[in-house]
Ligand binder design. Structure first.
Ligand code: 13P
Ligand code: SF4
Length: 317
């Protein structure tokens, strides 16, 4: 049940959004209450597309820092605010610009494709950005003999490599949520729910991907539960997505896959969950913390994101 103050925050957020011509973009991993007050909820690709095309003066990003930075890069004339600047990403943090520059130098002659889960500095060192929604298609859009350097997620990288068979060198990064799923616990759940389909994000480790009935980005997983005829699913990604799954499939059952070291039984991204309704309220009221990027960095980082968006548009993604 919502507390009185939560109701007040929600009302005030609605009023300030109209007064300031602001929109709230939220990722599927946000808490239910934040997803419900957002103007748009989506995966990384859809959120980038929305950030690039809206009429708001202020974008409040309910998500993590790399997502808010991407919004700023695509909409530099707008004020982009993030409720908590500590909302980082373990995967983005696993790839530091100095180390990445060295990695590129050690592997010359390769097209550098970076996952959107990277800092603006890593994007500026890249040729093309991808998200989990379009990664396979972005790689396939390149000539078959093109040599690729992929960063930072080794699991997504290996997933793409297996799908495309391309010549790829992959950075050794992982996400603290997706690498932690317990194969044993998922198999136990499957034993208890034999008709449940196992659906998995490509950031998961190979053993978990191997037992999946379906692998896809957050939006692809959501779409799968809508179109598929099964009635129950074991979900191996961050638990926040289950809110939208339940909304569009009220009669289906969704079972969160537990991490290896489970106290709560579901997987949470500690960074995503730093954003709260109270912080959204304060952020919109004070119009800060604001995402600010050096102009030079912004221009360099925009190029590979634009390239991704052009390819995605061309392919109708
Ligand atoms: P999606 O692009 O599938 O929404 O994933 C984002 C993310 O951070 C996965 O951990
Ligand atoms: Fe980053 Fe993992 Fe959180 Fe996604 S779930 S934002 S990859 S730490």
């Amino acid at each position: 049940m919502k507390t009185q103050s939560t109701e007040n925050y929600i009302e005030e957020i609605g009023r300030m959004k109209a007064e300031k011509n602001a929109i709230i973009l939220a990722h599927y991993y946000q808490t239910d209450d934040i997803q419900d007050i957002a103007d748009f909820v989506g995966d990384s690709l859809a959120l980038s597309q929305k950030a690039a095309s809206n009429n708001a003066d202020i974008i409040l990003f309910a998500g993590v820092k790399f997502m808010a930075e991407t919004a700023k890069i695509l909409a530099p004339e707008k004020k982009v605010i993030l409720p908590d600047l500590n909302a980082g990403c373990s995967l983005a943090d696993s790839c530091k610009p100095k180390d990445f520059e060295k990695f590129i130098k050690e592997n010359p002659g390769r097209t550098v494709i970076s996952y959107v889960n990277t800092s603006a500095e890593i994007k500026a060192l890249s040729d093309i950005i991808c998200t989990s929604s379009n990664a396979v298609q972005i790689v396939e859009s390149l000539p078959a003999n093109e040599k690729i350097l992929f960063a930072p997620d080794r699991n997504l990288g290996n997933y793409i490599l297996n799908k495309t068979g391309r010549d790829m060198i992959i950075w050794n990064g992982t996400c603290h949520v997706h690498e932690e799923f317990s194969l044993e616990a998922i198999l136990k759940l499957k034993g208890e729910n034999p008709s449940a389909k196992i659906i998995v994000h490509p950031e998961c480790e190979l053993p978990v991907r191997m037992i999946a009935d379906f692998i896809g980005s957050t939006s692809a997983l959501l779409q799968f539960t809508k179109n598929d005829s099964s009635t129950s699913y074991i979900i191996a990604t961050e638990g926040g997505i289950i809110h939208q799954m339940k909304k569009i499939n009220p009669d289906k059952i969704f079972i969160p896959a537990p991490p290896r070291d489970s106290t709560c039984g579901c997987s949470e991204c500690s960074f995503m969950k730093l954003v709260t309704i109270e912080k959204v309220y304060n952020c919109l009221k004070n119009e800060k913390p604001e995402i600010l990027l050096e102009k030079d960095l912004l221009i360099k980082a925009r190029k590979p994101i634009k390239r991704m968006m052009e390819i995605s548009e061309k392919l109708g993604l």
